[in-house]
Structure formats: structure tokens, C-alpha cells
Design a protein around this ligand. Structure first.
Ligand SMILES: C[S@@+](CC[C@H](N)C(=O)[O-])C[C@H]1O[C@@H](n2cnc3c(N)ncnc32)[C@H](O)[C@@H]1O
Length: 345
């Protein structure tokens, strides 16, 4: 059975987490701030539209419809990322768990936890009862994962946390010895400054000897990259458009969605895919809860998401500067994707 708790304060959350960690039950905890999600969405959209170039926070791509569409993206033939990382995980899960020894397994931006099942099974097989703590802003994906994981592997107890990465950092001190997962090259959705602050918080929260497993998409042929973010079935386009549909649903934005196109292209100078919403006609975008309105010009593009691609040597050096040393570096045969087991020193 999946129990759900609503935390009223951050301190309450930490107390609830400790109770859950010792209770033996499957739990899903909602952070107190999640009720303020619509206000945060409105503030974030207004701030992003006031900036130049205009941009949106990709976190808001993941409402329940966005979570469902992302799962479908992962199954598209052009989207090599999921199947490549999954294959590396399947081949290396046991080796990773042998190296870490028994740990609490946290996952940031866990989504459906699809790839994590193999790691949890390997951990349970080697070390016995296993505590898994997935954290995600997408309540639907999290709820499904909290149900599916223990049904597949009875040795795994799940405490899901409906919250942000920042909410999860508060748990780091309570879960050591721990292995934290950040898969799907989700780190690539953070720009350089955001990533730097992310790594500072991660390294600051981890205890010496804790582990971090990072999945990163590597620089490769532009055509392969462009195809991955422009699948023929149009699922990624629907995912992008859903962010604007969410604005209509939650912010009363009044947008004509058929006049917004998905544009994703590789920027070779910055080694990243940039995904934009291009307005094919001028429109007024309202942010209802704030009583604000923005004029968007014909052919104007709003940045929806970046997906940075990485080269291993500079990335490993950057992580080392944050006190995270790569103990194992796995890639596939084509060197398309990397899975790095890092240790906090
Ligand atoms: C690219 S998907 C990856 C999902 C999964 N880890 C995988 O590898 O397939 C990013 C995930 O991070 C979640 N997410 C995005 N921003 C977040 C944030 N600020 N805090 C917590 N979760 C976030 C999304 O809801 C989504 O499930």
C-alpha cells in the first residue's frame, strides 16, 4: 500500500522522513511548498518573459501531461539516450553496487524510475533490504514509480518525495551512507551557472565517502543530436507545446497553440541542443494570477529548454573541483553516453 503524507513545514518533512525511513512502509511525501506550484509557475513565466532572450524554466515542462509525454519521448527510435543509458546500467549495476556497498539510494528527477529498477534489484541481491528515495516535481510519475518499484522487487522499500532538487538536498545529511542518482543527462538541462550551484549544494550536502551516479549525454554527430530532439512522430514537439498549453490551463494565458511551433537545433559553439517555441503570429500572453500581459512578436522564439552535451575530460575535472572523484567511468561502444560513479572525498 502507498501511504501519502502532507508535510506542513520543512522541519516536519525531515521528521516525517525519519519516521518513514524506519517504518518499513511505502510512502509518498509532499513538500509543503508544492501547493504553491501555480504561484511559482506564474512568477517564473513572468520573469522569463521579461528577460532577453525570453526563456522559460524547463522544470515546468513536467506537469502530469508533460511527464506522460516524456515517457513517450524515451520510447522514440531517434531518442537514443534512454536505451543507451539503460544498457550501460544493465551491464554495470552489479559492479556499481559492489563498489558502493550497502547504501540508501536517492534519485533526483527520478521520473518513472525506469532505469533504476536494475540498480535496485542488484543492490537488494547483494546487500539485502534496500531503501529507495525518488524525488521529482512530477507527482504522477512519482506516484507510479512508488507503486511499481516495490511490486517488482519486494526487498525495496520506497519513500517518494514530491519536491525539487533543493528539497532533496535537505535529506542528504540523513541518508548517508548514500548513493544519489541523477540520470537521463538531466544535468544538461542546467546552464553552466545553475550546474555550478547544483554541484556546490550536492557536494556540500554529501558526507565523505558518499557516492553519486551521473548519466551524461556526450558530444556527437550533429545529425544524431538534431534527430533525437525532432522525432518523426512529433512527440517532442507535443512536449514543448504542452508547456504553453499548461500556461493556458493554469495561468489563463489565452494562447493559440496552433500558432506556436517546436524548434530544436544544435548549437555547436555552446555544444547544446536549444529547444524553442516559435510564434508564427503575434500573440498576447497573459499571466493571469499576476495580472500581467506580454506581447510576443511574429517569428519570436522563446527558449524552453537546453540540453547540454558533455566531453568527459573537462567534465571530470569540473567535478573534481567540487570534491567529486570519478571512481568508475562507463560508456557504450559508440561513446554516445557516459555513466559516472563519483565519490565525495
Ligand atoms: C529529463 S527527465 C529524466 C527522467 C529520468 N531520470 C530518466 O532518466 O529518464 C527530468 C526529470 O526531472 C524532473 N525535474 C525537472 N526539474 C526538476 C526539479 N527542479 N526538481 C525535481 N525534479 C525535477 C522532471 O519531472 C523529470 O521527471
Amino acid at each position: 500500500m502507498l501511504m501519502k503524507t502532507q508535510c506542513t513545514t520543512n522541519e516536519g518533512m525531515l521528521g516525517d522522513f525519519l519516521l518513514a525511513a524506519n517504518s518499513g512502509r511505502h510512502l509518498m511525501m509532499r513538500m509543503p511548498d508544492r501547493d504553491a506550484e501555480t504561484d511559482e509557475f506564474a512568477e517564473s513565466v513572468a520573469a522569463g518573459l521579461a528577460a532577453r532572450p525570453r526563456r522559460l524554466d524547463c522544470r515546468f515542462l513536467y506537469d502530469s501531461e508533460g511527464g506522460r509525454l516524456f515517457e513517450s519521448i524515451c520510447r522514440q527510435p531517434e531518442y537514443y539516450l534512454t536505451r543507451t543509458e539503460s544498457a550501460i546500467m544493465a551491464a554495470r549495476a552489479e559492479e556499481i553496487c559492489r563498489y558502493t556497498g550497502p547504501v540508501t539510494i536517492l534519485e533526483l528527477g527520478s521520473g518513472s524510475s525506469g532505469k533504476t529498477g536494475q540498480l535496485l534489484a542488484a543492490h537488494a541481491e547483494l546487500h539485502g533490504p534496500t531503501h529507495y528515495v525518488p524525488v521529482d516535481v512530477c507527482e504522477n510519475s512519482l506516484r507510479q514509480a512508488c507503486r511499481a518499484i516495490p511490486a517488482r522487487c519486494s526487498e525495496v522499500r520506497v519513500t517518494g518525495l514530491h519536491g525539487t532538487y533543493e528539497d532533496a538536498f535537505a535529506l542528504f545529511g540523513m541518508t548517508s551512507p548514500a548513493l544519489t542518482l541523477f540520470l537521463g543527462s538531466t544535468i544538461g538541462n542546467l546552464d553552466e551557472d545553475q550546474a555550478d550551484s547544483f554541484w556546490r549544494s550536492v557536494a556540500g550536502g554529501m558526507a565523505t565517502g558518499d557516492f553519486f551516479l551521473l548519466g551524461v549525454d556526450l558530444v556527437k554527430d550533429e545529425q544524431i543530436l538534431n534527430a533525437a530532439y525532432n522525432d518523426a512522430a512529433g512527440v517532442t514537439a507535443a512536449f514543448t507545446r504542452n508547456l504553453f498549453a499548461r500556461m493556458n490551463r493554469e495561468l489563463d494565458a489565452g494562447l493559440e497553440l496552433d500558432k506556436i511551433e517546436h524548434v530544436a537545433r544544435y548549437n555547436p559553439r555552446r555544444e547544446r541542443i536549444e529547444t524553442w517555441g516559435r510564434f508564427t503570429a503575434p500573440q498576447s500572453l497573459k499571466v493571469g494570477p499576476l495580472g500581467q500581459s506580454f506581447s510576443i512578436a511574429r517569428n519570436e522564439e522563446i527558449l524552453v529548454e537546453i540540453s547540454r552535451k558533455f566531453r568527459l575530460p573537462p567534465l571530470l575535472e569540473h567535478l573534481r573541483d567540487h570534491g567529486l572523484i570519478a571512481r568508475k567511468t562507463f560508456t557504450d561502444q559508440q561513446q554516445w553516453f557516459g555513466l559516472l560513479l563519483l565519490e565525495r572525498i
